[in-house]
Design a protein around this ligand. Structure first.
Ligand code: ATR
Length: 473
């Protein structure tokens, strides 16, 4: 077989198929391969007219169809299947060739694979691809890791097929080895937080404000015209405005209220614990999904006493909606700030040197957290690439100052009414933790020294100290 393809895609389920079509639609010749050849045939039959495809039945044919250095993209199931496919193809490749994993791999697996293949002279490039099947076809946000040399060969192709915002492609070389998959994981963690925060805003407007879903949809549409402008805000309004055809009731009222997860939120939280990154809003969002699924526990708690709710006048409800907008925005700012800090921590831990402003830039399109707000995040990092938090940027400082009273009033009102706001309150507590001069961690250190002789540091002298406690027992 003559080598004519600039890229090959193996694994032609929905994501692989759409990425292959996206490459072909942009003029690349794409070699196709799938364990079960029927999927390859189906792609060519259904979409062959969209561009130049080279279908291959065997791994050998597939590799032979690729121009050198070969670019071979794997879009198979994460985990053992990915390892099996890598092993199969690595044996057929040569030094300088590239294996690109566009699946949802855990970044530690990507680091392990990259190291193993580096020994063979093969570039292993873990790439986060966001935006689901639509994104894959029409332009995803792309987060490639791997070597600088591999990015030189792959970057222009990724730029061509990625989403564009203001003419700029939503792709950057995130960092070496697993950096791309790491950032994709944090993207999903932030997505969990953003979804939960919007959910809490809805719940408050309904339970405290007394608004019906259709009215809340209108409020969300209004908010979506301002600083909360985002894809998630937009689709939340759509979902709330939707009526169930079978019953005529608001759609949101006929959906079972236990949220699922595929596990990337859990990965983010677990990794954050290991890095010591306090991503409390992301963690609360992840636990909120888990709690929603605890049917027996929820049934056991159901009759327990709660807060005191009272009806708001129309004027009070309208005012309350304004307060919730402030609380949502301030909490969102904290959730994103936590995510960026986690990326910063990992960047230092793994030597990735990640450009945080570039991450904001590439999330502006093609992915679930795309939002107008990210332009400002990008500008904040452009002004100071070394900032440890967004909350030192002038504009954000002013907004957070402006939101103080509403944010606190909303969290306090939720507590009084007995409406759960785990992400709102986690964000506010995080904010207060970090701005507090003296934390009760001093007492924690005292306790640790008392029961375990763990020692403590002092505020007035260098060194580690232990007190010989006169124990009560
Ligand atoms: P879906 O997304 O349709 O649920 P999947 O089971 O997640 O599919 O598999 C995604 C892709 O990984 C498919 O292309 C699948 O190949 P088949 O079409 O032959 O099932 C591929 N895949 C899964 N396990 C594989 C393995 N061990 N070796 C090679 N390809 C594999």
């Amino acid at each position: 077989m003559k080598a004519t393809a600039q890229i090959g895609v193996t694994g032609l389920a929905v994501m692989g198929r759409n990425l292959a079509r996206n490459f072909a639609r942009h003029g690349y010749t794409v070699a196709l391969h799938n364990r079960t050849p029927a999927r390859t045939k189906a792609l060519v039959e259904d979409f062959g007219h969209e561009g130049a495809f080279v279908p291959a039945e065997t791994a050998e044919e597939f590799v032979a169809a690729l121009e050198r250095p070969r670019r071979l993209m794997i879009m198979v199931q994460a985990g053992a299947a990915t390892d099996a496919v890598i092993d199969e193809f690595a044996a057929l490749l040569e030094p300088g060739d590239m294996i690109i994993d566009g699946g949802n791999a855990h970044f530690t697996d990507t680091r392990r694979r990259e190291q193993a293949l580096r020994g063979l002279g093969i570039h292993f490039v873990g790439v986060g691809v966001s935006g689901g099947e639509e994104g894959a076809l029409h332009g995803p946000s792309i987060m490639p890791g791997g070597s600088v040399a591999s990015y030189a060969a792959l970057g222009p192709m990724f730029e061509t097929i990625s989403a564009k915002v203001d003419g700029e492609p939503c792709v950057t070389h995130v960092g070496t080895d697993g950096a791309g998959h790491f950032v994709k994981m944090v993207h999903n963690g932030i997505e969990y937080a953003d979804m939960q925060l919007i959910g809490e805003a809805y719940h408050l407007l309904r339970q405290v404000g007394g608004y019906e879903p259709a009215r809340i949809a209108e409020i969300f549409r209004q908010w979506n015209k301002g600083r909360l402008d985002s894809y998630l805000m937009e689709i939340s309004a759509e979902v709330l405005a939707h009526t169930d055809a079978a019953t005529g009731r608001p759609f949101v009222d006929v959906v079972a209220d236990s949220a699922g997860q595929k596990g990337t939120g859990r990965w983010t939280v677990r990794t954050a614990l290991e890095l010591g990154s306090p991503v409390t809003a992301i963690a609360q969002a992840t636990f909120a999904r888990a709690a929603s699924g605890q049917r027996a526990l929820r049934a056991a708690y159901r009759e327990l006493p709660g807060g005191t709710s009272w009806d708001l006048t129309a004027y009070e409800a309208e005012r309350f909606a304004c307060l919730v907008e402030h609380a949502l925005y301030a909490s969102k700012l904290i959730a994103y700030d936590q995510g960026w800090k986690m990326i910063l921590d990992a960047s230092a831990e793994y030597g990735w040197d990640i450009d945080l402003g570039a991450i904001a830039r590439i999330w502006r399109g093609g992915c679930i957290v795309r939002a107008a707000f990210l332009d400002r995040v990008r500008a904040a990092y452009a002004a100071d690439p070394c900032r440890v938090t967004l909350l030192t940027e002038e504009g954000f400082v002013a907004e957070i100052a402006d939101s103080q009273v509403p944010w606190r009033e909303v969290v306090a009102t939720a507590a009084r009414h007995g409406v759960p706001v785990p992400a709102f309150s986690a964000a506010l507590s995080y904010y207060d933790t970090l701005r507090t001069e003296r934390l009760p961690a001093a007492l924690t250190q005292g306790q640790r020294d008392y029961f375990g002789a763990h020692t403590y540091r002092r505020t007035d002298r260098e060194g580690r100290f232990h007190t010989l406690w006169e124990r009560a027992d």
